[in-house]
Design a binder for this molecule. Structure first.
Ligand SMILES: CC(C)(COP(=O)(O)OP(=O)(O)OC[C@H]1O[C@@H](n2cnc3c(N)ncnc32)[C@H](O)[C@@H]1OP(=O)(O)O)[C@@H](O)C(=O)NCCC(=O)NCCS
Length: 187
């Protein structure tokens, strides 16, 4: 399965209310027109790597089926999650970046969006979720551990990219977390 094979019916979703977050934010799939706003949002969300606008445009265009954004009632971008299905492992959704605008943090937005993304992709064959987390990023670690726990999914972790080996000392280690299998019924 790749992201463009997920049917549009799955994508134009309004998920049922699961958390308070969804009462205040509209979740939807990104389009190429969101690319520049996503780029600005990422730059407000250290320690995330800022990619080029072009890379964000491609995320929003080619990986829209496996990505999600949240916007406020007046259409401001509040949060974005980029993801894609592993080309060699079509049952695995890889989460690339999670970015919540600093003013909207602590309201359950990220957790709720991850849930919505799983609810959207599980019917299309996703059973596992992977992401990488730097050991220094406690909020990200607890976010994903909470997601796995809520979904009653076991998880494992192993080093993936090393500070020296892969980044030449210019970036923290990245540890791969893999959770699942997920059942079709969410929390
Ligand atoms: C990490 C981040 C995405 C969390 O977004 P958020 O919408 O505030 O997170 P949520 O409100 O959904 O939190 C869900 C759970 O994650 C954990 N969590 C989130 N922020 C946390 C923090 N600052 N410290 C500790 N735990 C945190 C908690 O377990 C929380 O559940 P709880 O509130 O019931 O304790 C956000 O802080 C962010 O964008 N950070 C900068 C970019 C980044 O590091 N992204 C993650 C790596 S890809």
């Amino acid at each position: 399965m790749d992201s463009k094979n997920i049917s549009p019916a799955c994508l134009d979703f309004q998920t049922p209310t699961r958390t308070e977050a969804e009462r205040f934010f509209r979740f939807r799939t990104p389009t190429d027109l969101d690319g520049r706003s996503v780029h600005r949002l990422i730059s407000r969300c250290p320690p995330l790597d800022a990619n080029s606008v072009y890379a964000n445009l491609l995320q929003c265009l080619h990986f829209s089926g496996t990505s999600i954004l949240a916007e406020t009632g007046d259409g401001q971008l509040a949060a974005f999650i980029s993801g894609y299905v592993l080309p060699e492992n079509p049952d695995t959704l890889f989460i690339w970046q999670v970015a919540v605008d600093p003013v909207h943090r602590g309201k359950g937005v990220a957790l709720s969006m991850l849930d919505a993304l799983l609810d959207r992709t599980i019917p299309a064959g996703v059973r596992y979720l992977e992401t990488t987390i730097s050991p220094e990023n406690g909020p990200s670690r607890t976010l994903f551990q909470k997601l796995f726990s809520r979904r009653k999914a076991p998880f494992s972790k192993r080093p993936l990219f090393g500070r020296e080996t892969h980044f030449g000392g210019g970036h923290d280690d990245e540890v791969l977390y893999r959770g699942g299998p997920f059942s079709a019924v969410g929390p």
